[in-house]
Design a protein. Structure first.
Lengths: 304, 291
């Protein structure tokens, strides 16, 4: 041993190699994207479908526009519809991906025992869980935004080309489609509703994913149903179910003046009202608590 | 300097006692074999040392508390817990990217060097590889990390004999440099016998035997006793007796070699024989003796 000791002593200070927390976070997120390719494949696939539908609609769009020449509202609807579809469907796809991702994220690594490999690397449970939470809270909204804007741009360019060829003035199209404003609204909606307002939902799913020994999807949903049923029978009230529903629906009201659609003039945005609402901060606190519990569970739980 | 220092480590799962007061000290540069039957508590002990499970008692690994500082600890510790824990969906190149991204002591070129000696290609997915090859890959990753402590938990379980032999061969030739500490848990005694410098037998959550391999050779001796002298041999109180071919083999602990030589042919007992003698037949007694 005495002959070995100096070697070790000499080696230790010579290797102050470090990786920053940010770097470990970055690679942990990359890792998630390698494993769950649906994060970008699903929205791109939906975008492709929307484009296909749009292309088919181009066959009769010039005729429809001519027929609606005297009805500006109808024209407006015809021209804007594909952009709305694109945004709505791509958002829906990433929302669904987000739900399935969260249910799997901390469950699959225990089921396939790979958690033992991930834990053999110098990445803390906090970093790992935050990287996973960043998928629904940061990455999916960004992917949604990028894919939607790209799709809408393609729709605009294709529409311009087709309308020009068929003799309709393409300027009508550009006048009716405020792409920049739509993009800004989309980004605002994604940041406020998808990331901030729905954060407790995703936190809950990640917690169940870290906890469940089997059937995480059932564990994520059935207890909520059970609580609602027990509450209804015991007190004849529906507070819990209403609370969940409000959280899911009312986000829109917290963001934009009531009774308006997501794609609306920017004057309806109420970021101050939104950011100062107690519900938002309460929701974020709940999300943080759920994620903290998920971190503790990830540390304690081994492979299933 | 102690690499692992455990004092009175305890752990229960429900009503089952997995670790019943384990005290252990592993010095840097040593290769410790942790040998025990299935369910003896080997994995639980290793998991405690790796920060994978909470425990009662005192435990420091490289100066860290494993349970609260796993991420810090893993800069200097590598482990292969069980075969085939590498995620099946990952591409080999991505695996290297990831480890290089998060591990400050990982030498990617070295890992790729190890892989050139195998059939593994960077574009392959782990799921396409056989169990033995996945273990090769994992070992290549681990050997490219400049760690102070390597922990292996049944690393060759379920592999065929070629891969098993190859595993320990490459570990010895490409990794062990005398300064690295290795702890390997297994119940396949034969394959680590010539690798380890120290051995610990663990049974029912307790350490029932603890010796250096050198100490073992000088202390224990097996005598192939001539049938005529069997009673004289038994009078010397062997710790274990088994039937050999034509003769009985008696295992003695610390008995004078000259006296034993008169009884029959002497030889160094294999770790397996010693294991059976200590754990198999006299587990209870050995536990008492250890106290």
């Amino acid at each position: 041993m005495s002959t070995l000791a100096p070697t070790i002593a000499a080696a230790a200070p010579a290797a102050p190699a470090q990786t920053s927390t940010l770097r470990r976070f970055y690679w942990s997120v990359r890792r998630e994207l390698w494993e769950y390719q649906a994060i970008y494949v699903a929205p791109v696939a939906v975008a492709a479908l929307v484009l296909l539908g749009f292309l088919i609609s181009m066959v009769h769009l010039p005729a429809d526009l001519r027929a609606a020449a005297l009805d500006p509202a109808r024209q407006n609807d015809l021209l804007q519809r594909p952009y709305r579809y694109a945004a709505a469907l791509i958002m829906l796809s990433t929302f669904i991906v987000g739900i399935f991702y969260c249910v799997e994220a901390l469950y699959a690594e225990r089921r396939d025992r790979s958690t033992l490999f991930w834990k053999s690397l110098p990445v803390s449970d906090v970093t790992a869980v935050i990287a996973k939470a960043s998928i629904p809270l940061l990455i999916l909204p960004l992917v949604t935004f990028a894919v939607t804007v790209a799709t809408q741009l393609i729709i605009l360019l294709l529409g311009t080309a087709v309308l020009s060829v068929s003799g309709v003035n393409a300027a009508t199209l550009w006048a009716h489609v405020p792409l920049l404003q739509m993009s800004w609204l989309l980004l605002y909606h994604l940041a406020t509703v998808h990331a901030l307002w729905w954060a407790p939902f995703f936190g809950w799913l990640l917690l169940v994913s870290a906890w469940a020994r089997r059937a995480p999807f059932l564990w994520a949903t059935l207890p909520l149903v059970a609580i609602s049923i027990v509450e209804k029978i015991a007190f004849d009230t529906t507070r819990f179910a209403t609370m969940l529903q409000t959280r899911y629906n009312a986000s829109r009201e917290a963001v934009i003046a009531p009774g308006t659609l997501p794609i609306d003039p920017m004057t309806h945005l109420t970021p101050r009202v939104f950011l100062s609402s107690a519900s938002l901060w309460l929701g974020l606190a709940v999300a943080a608590a759920l994620l903290a519990a998920a971190v503790r569970l990830r540390r304690a739980r081994g492979p299933i | 300097m102690a690499c692992i220092e455990a004092r009175d480590l305890r752990k229960t799962f429900g009503g089952t006692v997995a670790l019943d007061g384990i005290s252990l000290r592993v010095t840097e540069g040593h290769i410790l074999g942790l040998v025990g039957p299935n369910g003896a508590g080997k994995t639980t002990a290793l998991n405690a040392m790796l920060g994978l499970t909470p425990y009662q008692g005192e435990l420091r690994v490289l100066g860290h508390d494993p349970w609260t500082e796993r991420d810090l600890l893993m800069r200097d510790v590598c482990f292969i817990a069980d075969v085939a824990v590498l995620p099946r969906w990952i591409r080999v190149s991505h695996l290297l990217d990831y480890v290089a991204g998060v591990h400050p002591r990982f030498d990617r070129a070295k890992a790729e060097g190890f892989l050139t000696n195998t059939t593994i290609r960077l574009t392959t997915k782990v799921g396409e590889l056989s169990k033995g090859v996945v273990t090769q890959l994992h070992l290549a990753l681990v050997m490219a990390i400049d760690a102070k402590l390597l922990v292996l938990d049944e690393p060759t379980l379920g592999l065929d004999i070629l891969y098993r032999k190859q595993f320990y061969d490459s570990l010895l030739s490409d990794y062990c440099d005398g300064s690295r500490t290795i702890v390997v848990a297994t119940h396949q005694v034969e394959e680590i016998e010539h690798v380890i410098t120290d051995v610990v037998f663990i049974d029912r959550g307790r350490i029932v035997f603890d010796s250096s391999m050198d100490g073992l050779e000088s202390r224990y001796v097996e005598v192939l006793v001539h049938p005529a002298r069997i009673d004289a041999a038994r009078a010397l109180r062997p710790m274990h007796e088994r039937q050999g071919i034509g003769r009985r083999a008696l295992l003695f602990d610390g008995v004078d070699r000259q006296r034993l030589a008169e009884l029959g042919e002497l030889r160094t007992p294999g770790l397996a024989d010693l294991f059976v003698a200590v754990v198999g037949d006299h587990a209870g007694q050995a536990q008492e003796a250890h106290r």
